[in-house]
Design a protein. Structure first.
Length: 275
């Protein structure tokens, strides 16, 4: 899993509010561009393995504000709209290269993709991987603890996410790679968690406006997300062209747990759309 982002071109784009958006771009000769948002506690580099198998499409993966290599620090995340606006900015850059743009989101990134979708002109499709408005790891006890920290220390207080590599991927090698990744599973702030609550509402409100083709990729052994919640979230979309692919035995972080299979499923779906 080392060197997973070596073939990507790294760049900074200017966001709607003047902030910078860190982007990794894996290029191809194909006509499709997939703009990818990562999950909570992750970063854009995790799509490198998937990109190495999905060679017929460009992938533009960006770091959400407060995560990865984003210049926006966790304490500076004050409005969930910035996550959605940044995805739209990356999509605009991809479209300017003459590509048909698809939005892809994994876990938390799925909420960002839905919220961003109505902001992307000519959107060709949406791909959701392990989506959910909540996580079973965020138990009432954990949420209660976060609320206590928020009340006593404010929105800049750091909180550790209630999961580790063992809940994300199956292989010992993949778990070790995540554990040693300095950009992975870093603490978030209570303020970021508050913004995620707003993001859930924004994503749900955006659903009826999303009529582009949609693909849902579901792991068979998701230790973090209830299957019923993923299906409920997929139902938010108004698209008449929906497809679902399941991955028996796979864990929550499909782009790292089963990158080749995920790439194959996406490539097959794009072929279905005659791209």
């Amino acid at each position: 899993m080392k060197g997973m982002s070596e073939s990507a071109r790294e760049q900074m784009l200017v966001a709607k509010d003047g902030q910078q958006v860190f982007v990794r771009h894996w290029s191809s000769a194909g006509s499709a561009a997939i703009v990818a948002a990562h999950g909570n506690g992750s970063h854009s580099g995790v799509y490198g393995l998937m990109a190495s198998h999905l060679t017929g499409s460009d992938i533009y993966a960006f770091d959400l504000r407060g995560y990865g290599a984003s210049p926006v620090r966790p304490t500076e995340v004050s409005d969930w709209q910035g996550w959605a606006d940044d995805m739209a900015v990356v999509a605009t850059a991809a479209a300017a290269e003459g590509k048909q743009v698809f939005l892809l989101g994994h876990s938390l990134g799925s909420l960002v993709a839905l919220a961003a979708a109505p902001r992307v002109a000519g959107l060709a499709g949406v791909i959701l991987i392990s989506p959910s408005p909540s996580s079973r790891a965020m138990t009432p006890e954990w949420i209660g603890g976060v609320m206590g920290v928020l009340q006593t220390q404010g929105t800049a207080a750091e909180v550790r996410l209630p999961w580790g590599p063992e809940e994300l991927v199956r292989s010992v090698e993949a778990r070790a790679a995540i554990a040693s990744d300095p950009l992975a599973l870093r603490p978030v702030t209570t303020g970021m968690l508050v913004q995620i609550v707003g993001l859930v509402e924004g994503a749900q409100k955006a659903g009826p406006a999303i009529t582009a083709p949609a693909l849902l990729l579901l792991p068979g052994e998701d230790l973090l997300v209830e299957r019923s919640e993923s299906l409920r979230m997929f139902d938010w979309l108004a698209s008449d062209d929906k497809q679902r692919v399941e991955f028996p035995g796979c864990y929550h972080d499909l782009p790292q747990d089963a990158p080749q299979q995920v790439a194959s499923a996406i490539a097959g779906w794009l072929n279905h759309l005659a791209l």
